[in-house]
Ligand binder design. Structure first.
Ligand code: ADP
Ligand code: MG
Length: 243
C-alpha cells in the first residue's frame, strides 16, 4: 500500500491492553485528508476501543496518535479537533435541542453570535430547524441522531468519529440517514472515521474499509477491492463476497 502524504489522522504502533488482555495490537492506520474510513468487524474486535483511543477517551498502552500532523497522544479530548457521534444519542434530556447544540460552545467560551451562526448552519444542513425548541424526549430516534450529528457539526472540527450511529434505528431510517451522512461528507469534505458491524453501511459509505478481527486490521482497501480480492477467509466470509 502506498503511504499517504500529510495524513489527517495517523495511528502509529498503537497497542491497548485492558489488564492482561491485549485489545489492540501494534495497530497502524493513516487516514487521508477528507477520507471516509469505515472500521468494520464483528462485535468485540476492538472498533470502539480504537475510536475511543483516537478521541482521547482511553489512554493507550503504547504507540502514538497524530491528528493533522500534531502529536495528540496525551492531549485532552477537547483539544484534539475531533467531533464524536455515539450509538446512544447522549443528548442532555433536560435541555432543548438548541441548548444541546450550544452547550459545548458556551463552555468553550464562544461569542453569542458565533454560536447562533453555527447552530443555524448545522440546523439547515441537518434539516432540524423546526426542532430547535423541543426536548429530546419529543424527538424520534432519527431526529435525535440528527441532533447528535449536529453537536459534532457545530464544533467546526476537521475529523468526525462515528460509533455505530445508526444501529439503534429501524431499517428504513437507517438507510435514510446513511444517505444523509454520505451527503454530509460530500458537503463538508472532512475526514470521517466510522465504526460499524454492518457490511452494507461499510460498502456504501467508505472510501476505504479497515476490516478488523481480534484487535488487528486484516485488510485496508477500497470496498470493491475488499469484495473482489479479500486477503483471507475471514475477510471473504465477513464481506459476503463469493468464495
Ligand atoms: P467492538 O466495538 O468492536 O464491538 P470493543 O472495542 O468494544 O469492541 O471491545 C473490544 C474488546 O475489549 C472486547 O473483548 C471487550 O470485551 C474488551 N473491552 C472493552 N472495554 C473494556 C474495558 N473497559 N475493560 C476490559 N475489557 C474491555
Ligand atoms: Mg463497539
Amino acid at each position: 500500500m502506498t503511504a499517504i502524504a500529510n495524513p489527517s489522522v495517523s495511528i502509529q504502533d498503537l497497542s491497548l491492553n485492558f489488564g492482561a488482555i491485549s485489545v489492540l495490537q501494534t495497530l497502524n492506520l493513516d487516514v487521508a485528508e477528507g477520507e471516509f474510513i469505515v472500521l468494520l468487524g464483528p462485535s468485540g474486535c476492538g472498533k470502539s476501543t480504537l475510536l475511543n483511543c483516537i478521541a482521547g477517551l482511553l489512554d493507550i498502552s503504547d504507540g502514538r496518535i497524530f491528528i493533522k500532523g500534531k502529536n495528540v497522544t496525551w492531549e485532552e479530548p477537547k483539544d484534539r479537533g475531533i467531533g464524536m457521534v455515539f450509538q446512544s444519542y447522549a443528548l442532555y434530556p433536560q435541555m432543548t435541542v438548541e441548548r444541546n447544540l450550544s452547550f459545548g460552545l458556551r463552555v468553550a467560551g464562544l461569542a453569542r453570535d458565533e454560536i447562533a451562526k453555527r447552530i443555524a448552519r448545522a440546523a439547515e444542513i441537518l434539516q432540524i430547524e423546526p426542532l430547535l425548541q423541543r426536548k429530546p424526549a419529543a424527538l424520534s430516534g432519527g431526529q435525535r441522531q440528527r441532533v447528535a450529528i449536529g453537536r459534532a457539526l457545530v464544533r467546526d472540527v476537521d475529523v468526525f468519529l462515528f460509533d455505530e450511529p445508526l444501529s439503534n434505528l429501524d431499517a428504513k431510517l437507517r438507510s435514510e440517514l446513511r444517505v444523509e451522512i454520505k451527503l454530509l461528507h460530500r458537503k463538508l469534505e472532512n475526514t470521517m472515521i466510522y465504526v460499524t458491524h454492518d457490511q452494507i453501511e461499510a460498502m456504501t459509505l467508505a472510501d476505504r474499509i479497515a476490516v478488523m478481527k481480534g484487535g488487528v486490521i486484516q485488510q485496508l482497501d477500497a470496498p470493491q477491492t475488499i469484495y473482489n480480492r479479500p486477503v483471507n477467509r475471514f475477510v471473504a466470509g465477513f464481506l459476503g463476497s463469493p468464495a
